[in-house]
Ligand binder design. Structure first.
Ligand code: SF4
Length: 400
């Protein structure tokens, strides 16, 4: 067998056969939907190489070599929260040391700082503040839009939306409609945690149920919003609960499309549980092996999600870089400032520079593509200009 392509193909088939995943490989090659049982086998196998190989086939089929990023800023206007989820290091009670609520001036200042860094998107999440009026949130959106009309606002998890509906005696539709009228353009995917009741009761029993979280996203899609979805993994969840979570997301996406919803899920982001300063801190940290599986298996099961994002904040920059070969087609953006995960022990308080992000992607053998909040391509960094950009600003650590 002297033809290198044939030799490669033969080696790949041997690898797949030895993994026992030959039937799943065939389904991937035939563009066939994977089942719950397939998902279980992908999580249970120790053959990460084959799982990653399969996920990369789908990733390259959808996006080729392109790896997206956005210049964005996170904004966490208050950490005052009425709930007390076991895994959370961010929340404080009203009056407790470390609690804060930003004024409109402070919010405008953060937006102005973001503009100096060329941000395209602002990503807002907060605690569930028991005494703020609803107008705080609509005023905040208007303040951001007045300060920077071109910046897209992605904000409020489904948990926040559901809390506002109960707290201010409104329907989910009314909450979303009023926030959209004030400037909301997309929703993040937080608060999903794990949909299994068994786990939710133990780690976040005050929070929305799975049905509640999914109902908020269904309404957001009906109203035309693009939203994201997450899964918190690496605590007490089981493989079958991970697969169940992914199936529920896939089903909701199918149902929205069948109903002709104007919006949809765009991105799935696996969030690894972080250990410091919370009540689950005695759990062991899951391995990098699991981190990469949490990129690859969702890429294979979520066949109706365009994007799988590697969130460097929780898995680290180097593993996020590797994730680009295991199914991820995006790395979380510059973020500038991050409080929720950094309070739980990550090294993310000050974000990442655009240059560092671009180099990270390039060194993974992918093509960096800067996008806006609605996934319009703003710039594709070709090799020559990328080298110039990096040379011109070379104060970067060498990653490889
Ligand atoms: S995860 Fe959210 S809802 Fe739960 S305690 Fe933290 S801020 Fe509050």
């Amino acid at each position: 067998m002297s033809n290198p392509a044939l030799l490669n193909h033969h080696l790949i088939l041997t690898m797949v056969r030895q993994s026992g995943l030959e039937d799943i490989y065939q389904k991937v090659m035939d563009h066939e939907r994977l089942s719950f049982d397939d998902g279980m086998r992908l999580y249970e196998t120790r053959d990460l190489t084959t799982v990653g190989y399969l996920a990369n086939i789908v990733r390259e089929r959808l996006h080729g070599d392109r790896s997206f990023f956005v210049r964005n800023r996170q904004l966490n206007p208050t950490n005052i929260c009425e709930y007390s989820c076991m895994f959370c290091s961010f929340y404080r009670r009203e009056g407790e040391e470390g609690g804060y609520t930003m004024t409109m001036e402070e919010i405008a200042k953060r937006v102005q700082d973001g503009m100096k860094n060329g941000i395209q998107e602002i990503h807002i999440t907060s605690g569930l503040h028991p005494t703020l009026p609803f107008s705080y949130y609509t005023d905040m959106l208007r303040t951001i839009k007045e300060t920077a009309p071109h910046i897209h606002i992605k904000g409020f998890t489904a948990v926040e939306i559901e809390y506002y509906a109960h707290h201010y005696t409104m329907t989910i539709r009314e909450v979303l409609s009023q926030l959209m009228a004030a400037g909301l353009e997309a929703m993040p995917g937080g608060g999903a945690e794990i949909f299994a009741d068994r786990v939710r009761k133990k780690i976040c029993d005050e929070k929305s149920t799975a049905e509640g979280w999914l109902a908020v996203h269904a309404m957001a899609h009906e109203l035309g919003l693009l939203t994201n979805a997450t899964m918190l993994y690496g605590h007490i969840e089981r493989y079958e609960e991970r697969v169940d979570h992914l199936m529920k997301l896939r089903n909701l996406q199918d149902a929205g499309k069948a109903k002709g919803a104007k919006g949809s899920f765009n991105t799935f982001i696996p969030l690894k549980y972080q250990h410091e300063n919370n009540r689950l801190k005695n759990l062991p940290e899951v391995s990098a092996f699991e981190d990469l599986k949490m990129i690859a298996v969702p890429r294979l099961l979520l066949d109706n999600f365009p994007t799988i994002k590697a969130y460097w904040v929780v898995i680290g920059k180097r593993l996020a870089q590797m994730a680009l070969s295991y199914g991820a087609n995006e790395i979380e953006g510059t973020i500038l400032e991050e409080r929720i995960m950094s309070m739980a022990g990550t090294d993310s308080a000050h974000g990442m520079t655009e240059r560092e992000l671009i180099k990270l992607i390039k060194d993974a053998g992918r093509k960096p593509v800067e996008r806006d909040a609605l996934y319009h391509v703003l710039k594709t960094y070709e090799d020559g200009e990328l080298d110039q950009l990096i040379d011109k600003n070379l104060s970067l650590p060498v990653l490889n």
